[in-house]
Design a protein around this ligand. Structure first.
Ligand SMILES: Nc1ncnc2c1ncn2[C@@H]1O[C@H](COP(=O)(O)OP(=O)(O)OP(=O)(O)O)[C@@H](O)[C@H]1O
Ligand SMILES: [Mg+2]
Length: 459
């Protein structure tokens, strides 16, 4: 399907004649007609759009416009008002849709609530716009992340923009790429990558783990895999298909088999400097290959080294979302969150913009090896609050990263926790063969399941 040229011409004219003065409360008069025209351009006809669509049983929770293309039998959305594909949240022209402004986060909060509504379980995309800029988000299970940068709505660029949106909406990918990263060593990156992957696989998801820490290669050693020399190198360059680098892990669980795939770390990288590697392998090659692999996998988890050099940069650059573990009594692991948000991620955003890609977004902070005592939790919270207060221009980003819920110890805030469990640290040592802790220990399984329920799926 191609964009509708007739509608495009009308859309360009509308954009050229937008009132220059931005006014509060003009979403109905100014922005809605522009967005409706854009949706027409994307081939959502009159019968494919429903205004004020109820996303759940609460009659006050409505999305501004919901859309769905006709199904295989030709049924139109208007006559069968279910399973929307795209939800649109329309804002007034004065609403500031930029991440340094609270308007953006409030709009995102609304969009997320709508995308997770009981009548939008099949919805894959959400769009926000104030008539001057727009951003498209992708929803996979409970994860919602940007799939485009914030794009300007300008008449001379709108054809390209509409083609881009149509392309994404018409060939949605299946999976999500999750980078597991903190600059601090020994915080649980490899353990979380492994165990989260296993529990997702247990829940029937198709999972790929990537060991992108060749220096330690912990994940590869855990599973006792050995990469064939040169294969990962060639895969990253696009000279070798994915199946040549994959090792399979499987473990019987009663009548079932839990399976996942792993791209092991390769020794070849160890012998070469970052400079030498980057001469042959561009930083964005991993992203390119993993986006392709995400057509087939539900979840791709990338384990990274505790530094900010070639492998961690390429790993973060490859991710749709980042899962950042820290520890509540490890000051450096918390301090690093500041550097990540104000130094590393803007750098990544620039690189992603150069390849015309969306920004990476942060999953809620996960405090790993958590053993709650009230005093420690308070200290940790004061430390995080200090980071927020010292960086007023990043206030919204930090607040949404650190605190995602409403009911934590009566303080009005909440982070995610993975408890300290001796079963988790013991299992890599147990013989004769490594079996990830959640496959052996109920407590470990439950801990990861509860994290998955909070962030990933409702299973
Ligand atoms: N929830 C947990 N409970 C108990 N022990 C844990 C937990 N999570 C991780 N560990 C233990 O913490 C140690 C460090 O974990 P891991 O190797 O995963 O960290 P890492 O961040 O990958 O380290 P590196 O930065 O060196 O790659 C390991 O011994 C692991 O078994
Ligand atoms: Mg590790």
């Amino acid at each position: 399907m191609e964009i509708c040229q007739n509608s495009l011409l009308k859309l360009k004219a509308q954009l050229d004649h937008r009132p220059q003065q931005r006014k509060p409360g003009d979403e109905g008069s100014t922005v809605t007609p522009i967005i409706e025209q854009l949706l027409e351009t994307l081939n959502f006809g009159h019968l494919d759009r429903i205004p004020l669509f109820k996303v759940n049983s609460n009659p006050n929770r409505k999305t501004d416009i919901a859309c769905r293309y006709p199904d295989a039998a030709g049924n139109r959305f208007f006559t069968q008002q279910q399973d929307p594909l795209l939800l649109v949240e329309i804002k007034a022209t004065k609403c500031q849709l930029s991440p340094d402004h609270k308007d953006y986060w409030e709009t995102l909060r609304q969009l997320k609530e709508q995308l997770l509504g009981s009548r939008s379980t099949s919805t894959q995309f959400g769009l926000i716009s104030n008539g001057w800029v727009l951003q498209l988000f992708r929803r996979h299970d409970k994860i919602i992340h940007p799939i485009t940068p914030i794009l300007e709505l300008e008449s001379d660029a709108v054809e390209h923009l509409a083609e881009r949106l149509l392309n994404i909406i018409q060939s949605p990918r299946k999976g999500t790429i999750i980078g597991v990263y903190n600059n601090k060593g020994g915080i649980g990156k490899t353990t979380i990558t492994t165990n989260l992957g296993i529990v997702l696989a247990q829940q029937g998801k198709k999972v790929l783990l990537v060991d992108f820490d060749p220096n330690q290669a912990d994940l590869t050693h855990l599973f006792e895999f050995q990469a064939v020399e040169g294969h990962v190198w060639n895969f990253l360059k696009g000279d070798c298909p994915l199946n040549t680098v994959i090792k399979q892990y499987s473990q019987n669980q009663g009548k079932n088999k839990v399976k996942l795939d792993v791209i092991p770390a390769e020794g070849k990288f160890l012998e070469l400097s970052d400079l030498r590697i980057s001469q042959d392998i561009r930083l964005e090659y991993l992203r390119k290959q993993l986006v392709e692999a995400a057509r087939d996998y539900d979840y791709i988890l990338v384990d990274m080294p505790p530094n900010w050099r070639w492998f961690s940069q390429a790993g973060v650059l490859a991710s749709d979302v980042l899962l950042v573990p820290a520890n509540h009594i490890d000051r450096l692991s918390l301090q690093n969150l500041e550097e990540l948000v104000i130094k590393f991620l803007p750098q990544i955003e620039e690189w992603r913009a150069e390849i015309n890609d969306s920004p990476v977004s942060l999953l809620p902070l996960v405090l790993n090896r958590y053993q709650r005592t009230e005093a420690q939790a308070r200290n940790c919270k004061s430390f995080l609050d200090k980071i927020i207060s010292q960086n007023p221009q990043w206030k919204e980003t930090f607040t949404h990263f650190f605190y995602t819920g409403n009911t934590w110890m009566g303080m009005g805030t909440k982070w995610l926790e993975l408890p300290y469990l001796v079963e988790i640290c013991r299992s890599p040592l147990e013989s004769p063969r490594f079996v990830p802790a959640p496959l052996k220990y109920k407590k470990a399984k439950q801990a990861y399941e509860s994290l998955i329920r909070e962030v990933f799926t409702d299973v």
